[in-house]
Design a binder for this molecule. Structure first.
Ligand code: IPM
Ligand code: MN
Length: 353
């Protein structure tokens, strides 16, 4: 029987509540499909930082590196200045573990409401491959004459051939394996970011030559936003840089039913990957048992898929589809018609059959 060592970081706000339901579902799936998940819990997050002054202990990366995957709730605390925990934990782990892909499916499940008029599950079914270790996120840049009228702030976008190429290669491979429309769209801004996206564009068409079966397309990021709303059915896989990927996947989350369902994976295909619901820590709902755990459950499903437990992943996905189409009144916190725990139980029950 396979055993997978999983590091669990519930984090802040409603993170622990949704992660509990995710772990509940993962345990049921592992029992049912005959593998073992060996969970180790880590208390990284805002509370720990406020108590100790430390975002991540020195041994954190080494510890986490001993696992097959990380299951993360949410990072962000109302009493901690914005940026400290995000940079010190979430981004630090993405960078230290070289999780160079952020994979974000935008899939509308049957029965889920989308704000897009006249669009349904057959129209909203694509995946964004976001570069996750470069671009505007590296922290390159600096400030001069801070706090004076002459202040200068520079924040640079770093794009390396190596970083861009491995992301684009992943996207082509993923598109091939997904085996749907077999269309990969590069989302960029070649008309303004003439250095960065020139590199992206050249690399994209270089790699494309190795994938004659995949149709290629290009859209500027602003147009991508427009098409995601107007004609989402045009997309199959979108590949883009870190910042644009961040922005368009929030739009993606909204058209697939909201933060209650949107999940993502920070992938290092040769290392330790980290799976998370993409909504935040939602502190105002903390401890109320009203938050929707479905996004965390979907992140768990992505983790099973990545571990190669395909049948279990499929069973979780089928159960999620049943719950959202048959049981929940809404995906929004407090309006589901069920508590956080009950939603986890419903998914678990459907997996048990
Ligand atoms: C996300 C988040 C993070 C990001 C923040 C919290 C740093 O918005 O995962 O999309 O910008 O990547
Ligand atoms: Mn984001």
């Amino acid at each position: 029987m396979s055993t997978y060592k999983i590091a669990v970081i519930p984090g802040d706000g409603t993170g622990p509540e949704v992660i509990n339901e995710g772990v509940k579902v993962l345990k049921i799936a592992s029992d049912r499909f005959g593998f073992d998940l060996d969970f180790t819990w880590y208390d990284y997050g805002g509370e720990r930082y406020l108590r100790t002054g430390e975002v991540l202990p020195e041994a954190a990366v080494e510890d986490l590196n001993q696992h097959r995957a990380i299951y993360l709730g949410a990072i962000g605390h109302p009493d901690v200045k914005p940026g400290i925990l995000e940079k010190g934990i979430l981004l630090a782990l993405r960078f230290a573990l070289d999780q160079y892909i952020n994979l974000r499916p935008v899939i509308l499940y049957p029965g889920v409401d989308t704000p897009l008029k006249n669009k349904g599950p057959e129209d909203i079914d694509f995946v964004v491959v976001r570069e996750n270790t470069e671009g505007l996120y590296t922290g390159a840049g600096g400030v001069l004459k801070k706090g004076t009228p002459d202040e200068v702030a520079v924040q640079e976008s770093i794009n390396t051939r190596k970083g861009v190429e491995r992301c684009i290669r992943f996207a082509f491979e993923y598109c091939k394996r997904r085996n749907q429309k077999k269309k990969l769209t590069l989302c960029g801004k070649t008309n303004v970011l003439t250095y960065a996206f020139d590199l992206w564009e050249r690399t994209f068409y270089d790699v494309a030559r190795e994938y004659p079966d995949i149709a290629t397309d290009y859209a500027h990021v602003d147009a991508t936003c427009m098409w995601m709303v107007k004609n989402p059915e045009w997309f199959d896989v979108i590949v883009t840089d870190n910042m644009f990927g961040d922005i368009i996947t929030d739009l993606g989350a909204m058209i697939q039913g909201g933060m209650g369902i949107a999940a993502g994976g920070n992938l290092n295909p040769d290392g330790v990957s980290m799976f998370e619901p993409i909504g935040g820590s939602a502190p105002k709902y903390k401890g109320k048992n009203v938050i929707n755990p479905m996004a965390a459950i979907c992140a768990g499903q992505m983790m099973l898929d990545y571990l190669g437990e395909i049948e279990a992943a499929k069973a979780v996905e089928d159960a999620v589809k049943k719950v959202v189409s048959q049981d929940l009144k809404s995906l929004s916190a407090g309006r589901m018609g069920y508590t956080t725990n009950e939603v986890g139980d419903l998914v678990a029950d459907y997996i048990m059959g």
